[in-house]
Design a protein around this ligand. Structure first.
Ligand code: SAH
Ligand code: SF4
Ligand code: F3S
Length: 461
């Protein structure tokens, strides 16, 4: 028995009939988006349907992120609001089961149970297949914290994909991380690196494609370190997996995220040259442009390694759009070292980037390092970096004005009669188009560009 029983009989009398509506709020990375879909699918056989109205929900799930302090604060402030909803639902005679899932659950399970009595169930990312069972125990009047890393692989225990039809979907192929960057909680919240077998991934991809998916983004904290078993039991690389998935006829586009510079193998770079379905977009975090900081981060690459890598990738696929993650204000970072980060950004030129102020995370080595940087300094460095990135993003997007690009239409836009799609370079495009275009790739003439999106018109072939 891996679950831990905290209290017995304090959740009050719960109804004999199963709750019917589940509301899920997702924080954090794409892996959490994928996990939320899988949680809902795991709950359907237990009699649940998803709702977008929390007030209507018999089961509220917060799928949380622990990566920065702010992300965690959001969870506790949401729990405050949920306490009110649960109270007035109780006044109407309705029961609400409150669940905290995801990386805060994994990292702070007991702490959540202590700080937030409103929470009935805390469940870590490796135990989602057990949700229906755990809810049964909650209904019997228990509070549970389930944060073990079970032996059994959750993926094979989860039910097949049944969620709503979509054009673009995420598919987790690798989970966990063995890199232990000194600032990062992921190795602790997601555990050791694990790659799913090729056959399981292909089966899930085929099921998604049969349900209308045309674009798949393969997910992993270190997705390019993928080494899942092939048919003969020996390990396959991410490039080999991409080649295999390219064979699925109605699957039009493939992407993957997030990659570590150290694991960018020759065959993966070649795949960007050789596989037409592999989109010309690569998210490749470098975190800092200063070698001393990179070493203190335990990133295992230098700024020059990154420069050389970007060159090789661009030689293989000249039009590739590069994206990255950057941290400013890591402990000990000097003005000169921050300037090295700006220099690297200027040299490489990014189509897209995510930048963050360093946030000390409990239990990580960097949190205890000397030379913690005052928030005001981090804020001003972040401003300066983001101004530069904004110029690069706008200029990348503006370069498409007047061009015709193939857009895969994913969903209805906010304006009536408009659809939203994506270019091969992951740019969002707003276009006036009929609903029949959903799920199709059509040529679009780009008319205008901003930092975050493009607009255009359908282009007669
Ligand atoms: N697995 C991915 C991303 C992990 S988290 C990778 O290896 O790149 C996403 C991003 O959050 C990281 O790339 C990093 O830029 C940022 N991040 C992680 N921990 C952080 C921290 N303690 N403070 C600020 N940013 C952080
Ligand atoms: Fe975190 Fe580093 Fe692992 Fe990425 S590679 S998940 S930043 S420890
Ligand atoms: Fe956050 Fe966990 Fe993803 S900490 S970034 S939700 S892996």
């Amino acid at each position: 028995m891996s679950s831990e029983e905290l209290l017995r009989g304090t959740s009050g009398a719960l109804p004999a009939a199963p709750p019917k509506k589940v509301f899920v709020k997702t924080f954090g990375c794409q892996m959490n988006v994928y996990d939320s879909e899988r949680m809902v699918e795991a709950l359907v056989p237990a009699g649940f349907a998803e709702t977008t109205d929390m007030a209507d929900a018999d089961l509220v799930v917060l799928n949380t992120c622990h990566i920065r302090e702010k992300a965690v604060e959001k969870v506790y402030s949401d729990l405050g609001r949920i306490r009110d909803v649960k109270a007035w639902r109780a006044a109407e005679g309705k029961t609400t089961i409150v669940t905290v899932a995801g990386c805060v659950a994994q990292a702070e399970g007991r702490e959540i149970a202590r700080r937030a009595p409103v929470v009935d169930l805390v469940v870590g990312p490796q135990s989602y297949h057990r949700l229906p069972d755990l809810l049964g125990e909650i209904r019997a009047g228990r509070r549970i914290v389930e944060t073990e890393f079970p032996e059994a692989d959750k993926f094979s225990a989860l039910p097949p994909r049944t969620g709503p039809r979509q054009t673009a979907a995420f598919l987790t192929v690798q989970e966990g991380c063995d890199k232990f960057c000194t600032f990062c909680v992921v190795p602790y919240t997601r555990g050791a690196e694990y790659s799913r077998a090729v056959a399981d991934i292909v089966a899930e991809a085929e099921a998604l494609v049969a349900r209308g998916v045309r674009e798949l983004t393969l997910l992993g904290q270190n997705v390019n370190g993928y080494h899942g078993a092939g048919a003969d039991g020996s390990a396959r690389t991410l490039a080999q997996l991409l080649v295999r998935l390219s064979d699925i006829a109605d699957l039009e586009r493939l992407r993957y995220v997030t990659s570590h510079p150290r694991d960018m193998g020759c065959d993966l770079i070649a795949a960007h040259r050789d596989l037409p379905k592999l989109m010309p977009y690569l998210h490749l975090p470098f975190q800092s442009g200063a070698d001393r900081i990179l070493a203190a981060m335990n990133r295992k690459h230098t700024a020059d390694d990154y420069r050389r890598l970007a060159d090789r990738i661009r030689k293989a696929r000249p039009d590739i759009a590069l994206s990255t993650d950057i941290i400013v204000g890591f402990p000990g970072e000097t003005d000169a070292e921050f300037a090295e980060t700006l220099r690297l950004v200027r040299e490489i030129g990014f189509a897209q980037a995510y930048s963050f102020k360093y946030s000390g995370r409990p239990g990580t080595p960097a949190a205890g390092m000397d030379g913690q940087i005052p928030d005001a300094v981090k804020a001003s460095r972040l401003d300066e970096l983001q101004s530069l990135l904004e110029v690069q993003q706008k200029s990348f997007n503006s370069g498409f004005i007047g061009q015709v690009v193939p857009v895969l239409f994913e969903r209805a836009g906010r304006r009536d009669g408009h659809l939203v799609g994506r270019t091969p370079y992951l740019q969002l495009v707003h276009v006036e188009a009929a609903m029949a275009a959903l799920g199709r790739i059509l040529p679009v003439a780009i008319a205008s560009a901003s930092q975050n999106s493009l607009t255009g018109t359908l282009h007669a072939a």
